[in-house]
Design a protein around this ligand. Structure first.
Ligand code: TYD
Length: 134
């Protein structure tokens, strides 16, 4: 599975901790940052894959599960630390679930928002996987 857990630097201080994502921390140039918050109990997000986009997810607050499927394997990663992120390469179906109360999901992305980059149904995803596996 083309994913990677990446630890971020944590600069500890009596005044609070600080983590940073810069330069070589992640293997792409950052084009966009967005975050999902105020997530109601029981809600799920994601439910799509990307053709080209790379994303790096961090639980800035609270926790949630990222359920991943590359067409061959499934895997679940729990994010619950502001200094640990999950890199997701293209061609991986992801669902975000089990958000704790107050959870904030930061997403750092390799490109701007392009609706055509989304694969939003599983049938299309399976077709896409077959094409890129050839
Ligand atoms: P969506 O990608 O479905 O959210 P998630 O994957 O987190 O469940 O996006 C929800 C809506 O927000 C959709 O109408 C598109 C819009 N949107 C933007 O306008 N810009 C963005 O950068 C993102 C990620 C979404």
């Amino acid at each position: 599975m083309d994913i990677q857990i990446i630890s971020l630097p944590k600069i500890e201080d009596r005044r609070g901790n600080l983590s940073v994502i810069e330069g070589d921390t992640i293997p792409f140039d950052i084009k966009r940052v967005y975050y999902v918050y105020d997530i109601p109990s029981g809600a799920e997000r994601g439910g799509h894959a990307h053709k080209n986009l790379q994303q790096f997810l961090v639980a800035l607050s609270g926790s949630f599960d990222v359920i991943l499927n590359n067409g061959k394997q499934k895997s679940t990663v729990t994010l619950n630390k502001p200094n640990v992120g999950l890199l997701i390469k293209p061609g991986i179906w992801r669902e975000l679930a089990n958000f704790s109360s107050g959870a904030v999901c930061l997403v750092v992305a390799s490109d701007v928002y392009i609706e055509e980059d989304y694969i939003r149904n599983l049938k299309e995803f399976k077709r896409f996987i077959k094409i890129i596996d050839k």
